[in-house]
Write a protein that binds this ligand. Sequence first.
Ligand code: GYE
Length: 354
Amino acid sequence: MLKVWTRRGVIKVGAAGVGAVTLGVRMPRIAGAAPPPLEVKDSYVIGYPQTDENNPWRIAQTNSVRDEIEARGWTVEYRNAQESTQQQLADVASLIAVGVDAIFLPPREETPLAQAVLQAFEAGIPVFCLDRNVDQSIVQAGNQYVCFIGSDFYQEGARAAQWLASTMNGEAQIIELFGTTGATAAIDRNRGFVDYLAGSYTPDHPDSPTAATPAPAPADGFPGMEIVASQTGEFTREGGRQVFETLYQANPEANAVYAHNDEMALGAIIALEAQGVVPGEDVILVSVDGSRDALQAIIDGTLGATVECSPFFGPIACDTLEAYAAGEEIPPQIINEDRFFDPSNAEEFIDEAY
Ligand code: GYE
């Protein structure tokens, strides 16, 4: 039985359930390694070392996790690394020292934080990776930590590429605003997008846990869709604005933007408007997340579309922890089911956005 978060709440689906799969193939198991056990208790102390609080997605995630923990009468040991990987490493170390029962970890960067997972493993504290993952060549879900819970970033990139290729009729000069360097969300959003345009995205691609949509691109891809510049805007609005301004100056022929999150797309929209260029007409933008401001921008016509990436992790994280304590088998990857927002449905969903 897999547990899958959907917008309808927590549901249980079998192996054929939409939006969730168990991956045995890409998760080699080290003989004998198993995540530390967790006792069944009435109340747990959960370590929650957050990456930052600088965008609506993060704040929505923090609120969802904190509210759910508190609603169950458990305790949260919260830390805010303020966009510093070093600080997040120190925060995990301090949670280990405090002796929390378990850690809900959104790893800022996948390789450095794999070491933190290893330290928690050695200290006997089970870790659940939320929203981003850690480097699987160092630690593996189901071995040193319990599982990854989050979205299929590779598929998100492919869905953004599909929308853009079809909206631009296969011809575009694209500026890509990258997320945080070294973050799973940025690495796979780039790969899914690039692979889709190159024609190498397939529904059974090994980088994608689900790959149910979109349909494969034509075999030769979209040769007219060219990424002319790509740089990190650190997943922030101001970062996106500044980086876009520089890249657009150097590439004035650009007529499309792929931003790894909504905040950076909104930053690019500010930069375009400041130059008298009309976003949504002269330059077409697509991004990922589905925040309230992004849906408003779709309604206003400045943002073209956004691939949903749900930040509401509280219920699924706490349910998975309880299932783990009760001895249930936990799949190494629990994948959120995400929607797609464009002018056809932004109005309908804006009231439930964050
Ligand atoms: O898209 C972004 C945030 O890791 C999925 O991080 C997350 C991403 C999300 O800063 O807005």
